[in-house]
Design a protein around this ligand. Structure first.
Ligand SMILES: [Fe+2]
Length: 352
């Protein structure tokens, strides 16, 4: 089946089921490459249809402009929060334009506060009007400042808070088949799924190529619960190789995408002469020419698909994204496919 890749106004061509990778060897993890585990959650999802439907209603109510702390005050949430988490306040941080609302909680154990300043932050993924994608992120303390890896206790309580509000988290946290695969990747080391994000990817939505490397995290488990997403995922080394070959071929054939004018061509060719600089510019996420080439150029996206970097995730599929070092770290880009918004889980893997 052919489907169009559209993201925030950019048409990136067509994907065909036949062009995408359906299964990966587990050895990919050690190489920093993506590992697709097709259907590993399919049988468990059916037990959580009620939770998935409730979360969809929560998402729709937020789109309708309802306040999140009011929505969480409803019995279906309070019955499970009471005695375990106390909802304290909610606010919208000044200067964080993508933020919709952050709700704060304390964790309780036998009536006493066990962990303070936990939060669920709800944010838009972009400023594009036709993209209704948003995410619920669970963490604690000062966002982007706190060294979350240094506080495993609060990290664990923030994860439990996610379990209570989104019980469908258990589709990956209580899944023996997935657990065995993760233990295989981690050479038997025990792990916890932390810094949790619940995504609602809507048509025109998704994410530009990036990595999720963070101290103390070995990688990310992404599970598609409903809807469909398309992914480009590859190591940074592979990405640099793809950039260089695209630029060489465009030069040799004197055939450049219309959106890449002579000035941008020169800038990109100059970058491609120096591997170290190209790597640094990628990590900076601020080089406009590079951002345009790798995220908004149909020819480049289609080259990545032809070279085996595409994965199509439907309900029940999981993608593992190793994030171990700057070099052996899986970069990834996401597109919503089809007309429906879908729910997904994206949890970081912490090994101790
Ligand atoms: Fe990511």
């Amino acid at each position: 089946m052919k489907q169009t890749l559209l993201r925030r106004g950019f048409d990136l061509g067509v994907i065909d089921d036949a062009d995408v990778v359906c299964e990966d060897p587990m050895s990919n993890w050690q190489l920093g490459k993506p590992t697709m585990l097709a259907g590993i959650c399919r049988s468990v999802i059916s037990q959580h249809q009620g939770h998935i439907a409730r979360s969809d209603s929560l998402y729709q109510a937020i789109l309708d402009g309802q306040s999140i702390d009011t929505l969480l005050a409803e019995n279906s949430y309070q019955d499970h929060l009471q005695g375990r988490f106390e909802m304290l306040s909610s606010l919208i941080h000044e200067g964080e334009e993508q933020e919709i609302e952050t709700v704060f909680f304390d964790a309780l154990e036998e009536g006493r506060v066990a962990a303070e300043d936990l939060w669920m932050k709800v944010s838009w993924l972009a400023f594009y009007e036709q993209d209704a994608s948003l995410r619920f992120r669970f963490s604690f303390g000062a966002d982007h400042v706190e060294d979350v890896a240094a506080d495993p206790l609060r990290q664990r309580y923030a994860a439990k808070l996610c379990d209570v509000i989104f019980p469908e988290s258990r589709i990956i946290t209580n899944n023996p088949a997935l657990e065995n695969k993760l233990l295989e990747c981690l050479n038997g080391k025990s792990y916890a799924l932390v810094e949790r994000i619940i995504y609602f990817n809507a048509p025109q939505g998704g994410a530009y190529l990036h990595h999720d490397r963070e101290r103390g995290h070995a990688g990310v488990v992404y599970a598609q619960l409903s809807g469909t997403t398309f992914w480009l995922a590859l190591t940074k080394r592979q990405l640099q190789h793809e950039i260089n070959s695209f630029l060489q071929e465009s030069t040799a054939a004197s055939d450049w995408p219309r959106s890449i004018g002579p000035e941008m061509q020169l800038e990109l060719l100059e970058l491609s002469k120096d591997d170290q600089r190209l790597a640094e510019e990628l990590e900076s996420f601020s080089n406009d020419a590079l951002i345009h080439l790798i995220n908004e150029t149909a020819g480049f996206v289609q080259q990545l698909i032809r070279n085996g970097h595409g994965r199509l995730l439907r309900s029940g599929d999981v993608l593992l994204l190793p994030q171990q070092s700057t070099e052996d770290c899986c970069w990834h880009s996401v597109f919503c496919v089809g007309d429906d918004c879908g729910e997904a889980l994206s949890f970081a893997i912490r090994t101790d």
